[in-house]
Design a protein around this ligand. Structure first.
Ligand SMILES: CC(C)(COP(=O)(O)OP(=O)(O)OC[C@H]1O[C@@H](n2cnc3c(N)ncnc32)[C@H](O)[C@@H]1OP(=O)(O)O)[C@@H](O)C(=O)NCCC(=O)NCCS
Length: 201
């Protein structure tokens, strides 16, 4: 049975997503990521994104560690919110926090306060799960989202910096020639990032 939520905004209805809603989830998720990749091509979805999302949804839609929320306007899908538990490396004391992993409002409903309701749901969910922070990643050029988040009380705490790299470029620095013995090889071995917990790769 569809689980309704208790925040109200005239004209809108908010429900926890159910398996029957997957097509709606996928459509909103795709619009969100088409928008994100229009700002930064690095965020283009993989070819098999839909199958992967479906698997993830089936595994987590009922999980206490994930919130999948849909907003509706006159039975039309109007917005999507996803919040998940984020776990950093066990190297860190404060490693668990709530991450807002997706927020999307259909263009027709922007400026309606519906997005603010979704962030309120996210904050309540985080608090109810014992977290003292809700964090998210936002593209630097997404001015509208940044203004919106600021108005909701979020503040930037970290930045991601990027250097464009040409994988075909000749190396300037010869690692092998500058390391004793074979020690340099371990630097290049693909595998586990040291910041990941062994059980979470
Ligand atoms: C981000 C999003 C959820 C915000 O919802 P919204 O209903 O558009 O938000 P609001 O209209 O309440 O607030 C946006 C603010 O940005 C302002 N704004 C609009 N266009 C802007 C622009 N190009 N540059 C800067 N500010 C802009 C609005 O005037 C408003 O300011 P105000 O608070 O002073 O009124 C929605 O725009 C959206 O789904 N965008 C596409 C997906 C996306 O970016 N998701 C977030 C990814 S992290």
């Amino acid at each position: 049975m569809t689980q309704h939520t208790n925040i109200s905004l005239p004209g809108f209805r908010f429900t926890h997503a159910e398996p029957a809603n997957f097509a709606v989830i996928a459509a909103l998720f795709q619009e969100l990521h088409q928008f994100n990749s229009s700002l930064d091509a690095c965020f283009a979805l993989a070819e098999n994104w839909r199958d992967l999302l479906h698997e993830h949804f089936k595994r987590t839609y009922n999980s206490p560690n994930t919130l999948w929320l849909l907003a509706w306007h006159k039975e039309q899908p109007a917005g999507l919110l996803m919040v998940e538990v984020h776990k950093d490396s066990p190297l860190f004391q404060h490693r668990n926090w709530a991450e807002l992993t997706a927020l999307y409002v259909e263009p027709a409903y922007r400026g309606s306060d519906m997005a603010a309701c979704l962030v309120t749901f996210a904050r309540d969910w985080a608090a109810m799960h014992g977290f003292n922070r809700l964090e998210l990643y936002v593209t630097a050029s997404n001015e509208r989202a940044k203004k919106f988040y600021w108005r909701c009380g979020l503040r930037p705490v970290q930045e991601i910096w990027r250097l464009e790299v040409d994988p075909d470029a000749e190396p300037v620095f010869d690692i092998a020639a500058n390391q004793a013995g074979d020690a340099w090889k371990s630097l290049l071995e693909p595998g586990q990032h040291y910041m990941c917990a062994p059980d979470e790769t």
